[in-house]
Write a protein that binds this ligand. Structure first.
Ligand code: BG6
Length: 514
């Protein structure tokens, strides 16, 4: 194992600076993700001189767009969505290397056109290029793209060499276990597993990567990180926005497929997994899979482990907003959930008996993603049974976004002659310690794929382990239609059923983000 494999975090920049000459092909180039995230990420990598010196970009999409127009619209997207100001002189070398291929995703001729464009890029570069395919289309055409990359020979380009082709596959990776298995088998028919990069952009967030450091570089936590000391864990991934213009996609997905099955489960895996043997991609992914497989089956039905709900009209950010059913492209009788809360149990020595609560939803009280580890309340002791002593359970809150940071709730004496105590917070904020110009998740992930680092991508068995847990639940909801579907006011923290889920074990949701 090379040193880079062993220490992917530490060897980051030097490794990135040695990236192979590359041609990145974006399928779905005129889509929303390319405009908002992928093109701005490429621009910011260019600002930091992190793209390979020979870098070519080919947009692939159904809409016929001349090269010049694609170059102009890319610059406009970057201007609108980049975290740093657009400077034409920085983008110019990439823009001059940018081309567009129009065609159907299942149309062989379009892939022949793509091959000619790649050949022209290689001629201009004067050397062969590594091909990185980014599949950011609607999931209905994922399989057609993978098959055609196989049939056209593009998937096998450079196999076994430093210029091996790679494919980045966006979420959703399947809609249940059967479709994920099917998609994995189509991917495996055309690519080898080390060429496949299944993306979960939460893994590209700095704070999510920092979870490994916080847990395993701070040995004070390890003796406490278990069922002897932890009372329960709450993972919240809350959004303030509604579905907006994405109703067409969202109504076929819902909160559970859109957020819980992937992003929230990744947070759970990193929080609860055992220490990996090393920081290599495979060792980390092995531990995540073990953890996901140890999650017990969900109990379904009323008083089970899951609650789902849809947002109704309400107040969000001080404005009156409409309910889910009034949103564009949402059928009036839709039973798609915009909120899901779960109670999970992990069947292993470390976590047996510790509930892990997770919730995610749109139109909630505020945008916040956090992991709160609540330690056991001391049952007796010097300060028990006296109302002057306000003793709270110790709690470690890792705030993923916004206001990234870590807070530890402790108890302290209130200054004065009266013997009083009060919970206080020790707080570390990324912005005050490190400044706020943090790279976006997609910058890190695109770069990692270009240099062949799979640590922050999902392995095939990982996605299947997660779908295995969620599929029976999703099927039972489908069979139930709107039966059991709750409602919550926009701007609230979700339905009352989510509170009952915790109350059943004597817990309550914390005021996340506070
Ligand atoms: C995406 C979901 O994966 O994540 C969106 O499809 C959601 O519905 C988004 O809004 C949230 O990402 P972030 O990085 O803003 O928390």
């Amino acid at each position: 194992m090379s040193d880079t494999d062993r220490h992917p975090f530490l060897s980051g920049l030097s490794k990135h600076r040695g990236a192979q000459p590359t041609c990145l092909v974006i399928f779905g180039a005129s889509g929303d993700l390319a405009a908002r995230k992928l093109l701005p990420a490429l621009y910011n990598l260019a600002v930091d001189s992190l793209l390979p010196s020979d870098f070519y970009l080919i947009g692939f999409g159904r809409k016929p767009i001349p090269d010049a127009e694609f170059r102009n619209s890319s610059a406009a997207d970057i201007t609108k969505f980049s975290r740093r100001e657009y400077r034409a002189d920085i983008w110019k070398p990439i823009s001059e290397h940018t081309f567009y291929q129009a065609g159907g995703y299942d149309e062989a001729a379009a892939y022949e056109g793509l091959k000619s464009k790649i050949a022209a890029a290689e001629k201009a570069a004067g050397r062969p290029l590594q091909l990185v395919f980014y599949v950011s289309t609607p999931p209905t055409v994922f399989e057609a793209i993978l098959e055609n990359l196989g049939k056209s020979g593009l998937a096998k380009r450079g196999l076994g060499t430093a210029l091996e082709s790679k494919v980045i596959i966006e979420k959703p990776f399947g809609k249940d276990l059967a479709s994920a298995v099917q998609l994995n088998s189509v991917a495996a028919r055309n690519f080898q597993e080390p060429q496949i990069y299944r993306i979960d952009h939460y893994l590209g967030k700095e704070t999510v990567q920092d979870l490994l450091v916080q847990r395993f570089a701070n040995p004070i936590f390890e003796p406490l990180w278990n069922n002897k000391h932890v009372d329960h864990v709450q993972i919240t991934v809350a959004e303030e926005l509604g579905v907006g213009s994405r109703g067409g996609y969202y109504d076929h997905s819902g909160a559970t497929r859109d957020m819980l099955q992937n992003h929230t489960m990744q947070l759970l895996a990193l929080t609860a997994m055992e220490q990996p043997q090393s920081l290599s991609a495979e060792h980390i992914r092995d531990e995540k899979v073990k953890l996901l497989k140890a999650v017990e089956e969900l109990r379904l039905g009323p008083n089970g482990d899951a609650v789902r709900a849809q947002y109704a009209a309400g107040l969000s950010g001080g404005e009156t907003v409409i309910g889910y059913h009034q949103e564009k492209d949402i059928p009036i009788h839709s039973s798609t959930e915009t909120f899901c809360a779960l109670r999970l149990a992990i069947d292993n020595k470390r976590w047996s008996g510790v509930p892990f609560y997770m919730r995610s939803g749109k139109r909630l009280a505020r945008r916040v993603s956090e992991i709160a580890v609540q330690f056991k309340q001391p049952v007796s002791g010097l300060f028990a049974g006296d109302s002057r002593y306000d003793i709270a359970p110790n709690r470690l809150v890792i705030q993923i976004q916004p206001d990234e940071g870590v807070t530890l709730v402790m108890n302290s004496k209130v200054p004065g002659l009266e013997p009083r105590t009060q919970p206080v917070r020790l707080s570390f904020r990324y912005a005050t310690t490190f400044g706020s110009n943090t790279p976006e998740a997609y910058e890190r992930l695109i770069l990692d794929a270009v240099v062949g680092d799979r640590t922050l991508f999902i392995r095939g068995d990982e996605t299947e382990a997660s779908w295995k847990l969620f599929t029976p639940l999703l099927q039972s909801w489908e069979a139930d239609g709107r039966k059991g579907l709750e409602s919550y006011a926009s701007g609230s923290w979700g339905p009352s059923g989510a509170d009952d889920l915790l109350a059943a074990q004597g817990h309550n949701w914390r005021n996340a983000g506070r």
